[in-house]
Design a protein around this ligand. Structure first.
Ligand code: FAD
Ligand code: NAP
Length: 333
């Protein structure tokens, strides 16, 4: 039966799909093979990192498996989490248990099972720092597979599940390893300044989480009020030589050293092109964070991609830098 996915993607894009199947157990997921082996299958979790087409003529699978299982070890706590556990709730729950490690990843929308896809990251921490294992069902044979962290090829907003293993696995769960004596990561962006503003007597994981939440609430539009998929472009990585040349040409260029050269702040590049707060009537670059494209109310995937293409053109012309789209863009199959 046809289903409307508008309320199931945070950009709020209209999408009519042929059928939606919500799966809540591993047995159900394995029993569904070979239906998951269709090219027209779309795996959708929280819908916060996708651009959906107006029509998806195939099946949509939501791996909504819930559950948290804890194994306490001397040096660390291991938590096996169902793919359908909402990430922000999971982070709050770990902090309430007194376990640190996820505080910098507070308030990232979406479900736990999607977190490995782009190795979610924020404020200097990424999933790779805490991931122990991914459990998935192979769409080609229905078998359960286990991926150790090293198998997942996690890197900046990337993983094997977006690369060599793209569209071959349905992630059923993940296991996190939170060391008991985890170090706090404070040296990133505005985090320390926010902690200073909060004037807490002792900085701990909970206060870091609060600082991250306050920063995010100030800068990022709430998808419930203004449709968006977070950062629409990745921060581009360029060579040291190109970054040096750009810095001479553009005083104030924001760049950070990283593996492979320098990571430029895409928001700064877009802002410098005069696009912050600008749009095409349907879609705009958010006024408080230019990297976030917002749905002004009636946008379709075509409107979003048209504006994204304009932003890419402007940045290319001014800086000779290519902006890569971060969310998964689905064209009608
Ligand atoms: P979806 O959007 O439903 O899916 C994303 C992709 O993963 C799709 O290709 C889908 O097929 C695939 N997928 C999902 N679940 C599974 C599964 N179980 N098995 C196989 N494939 C699967 N990201 C960050 O990294 N850092 C941030 O700080 C951040 N901030 C954000 C802020 C806002 C306001 C928004 C809207 C988004 C933000 N994001 C951020 C992006 C997004 O929240 C993350 O990428 C999140 O992990 C996506 O989860 P989801 O459940 O919504 O995935
Ligand atoms: P910000 O703090 O204004 O920083 C701008 C950019 O500079 C960020 O994109 C960040 O890259 C980089 N940066 C800042 N300090 C850095 C450091 N010490 N070392 C290396 N790189 C540094 O960024 P923001 O927009 O407010 O976002 C804050 C954090 O939340 C960032 O980590 C961002 O990635 C994350 N976030 C992600 C999304 C998403 O959808 N992917 C949406 C909102 C926020 P990185 O992006 O590589 O961290």
């Amino acid at each position: 039966m046809a289903v409307d996915l508008r309320a199931r993607n945070t950009l709020g894009l209209p999408c009519q799909a042929h059928e939606l199947q919500v799966i809540t157990s591993l047995a159900q997921l394995q029993a569904g093979f070979p239906r998951w082996d269709e090219a027209s299958l779309l795996v959708l979790a929280g819908g916060s990192n996708v651009v959906l087409p107006e029509v998806w003529p195939g099946r949509v699978l939501q791996p909504a498996l819930r559950g948290r299982q804890v194994r306490e070890e001397k040096e660390a706590v291991l938590i096996q989490v169902g793919a359908g556990e909402p990430w922000p709730e999971l982070v709050r729950w770990t902090l309430a248990q007194g376990w640190s490690g996820l505080e910098n990843l507070s308030d990232i929308p979406g479900w736990a099972g999607a977190a490995p896809l782009q190795n979610i990251g924020a404020y200097g921490v990424e999933l790779a720092d805490v991931l122990q294992e991914v459990q998935s069902v192979d769409r080609r044979d229905g078998r359960l597979r286990r991926w150790q962290r090293a198998d997942c090829a996690l890197s900046y907003r990337d993983s094997i599940f977006k690369g060599a293993a793209r569209d071959t696995q349905v992630i059923a769960g993940i296991t996190l390893r939170l060391p008991r004596r985890a170090q706090l990561h404070l040296d990133y962006g505005d985090l320390r300044a926010e902690l200073d503003r909060m004037a807490v007597s002792t900085v701990d994981a909970q206060s870091v989480a609060t600082a991250v939440s306050r920063l995010r609430a100030r800068k990022l539009p709430d998808p419930a009020l203004l449709g968006n998929a977070g950062s629409f472009f990745k921060n581009p990585i360029v060579s040291q030589a190109q970054a040096d040349a750009l810095a001479r040409q553009e005083p104030g260029l924001v760049a950070h050293a990283c593996a492979g050269g320098q990571k430029l702040a895409a928001a700064w590049l877009i802002d410098r092109c005069g696009l912050r707060g600008q749009g095409n009537g349907k879609v705009a670059c958010h006024r408080d964070q230019a990297l976030v494209l917002v749905n002004l109310g009636a946008a379709t995937a075509g409107d979003v991609l048209a504006w994204a293409g304009h932003v890419q053109d402007c940045v290319r012309q001014r800086f000779a830098v290519e902006l890569e789209i971060e969310p998964r863009v689905y064209a009608s199959c």
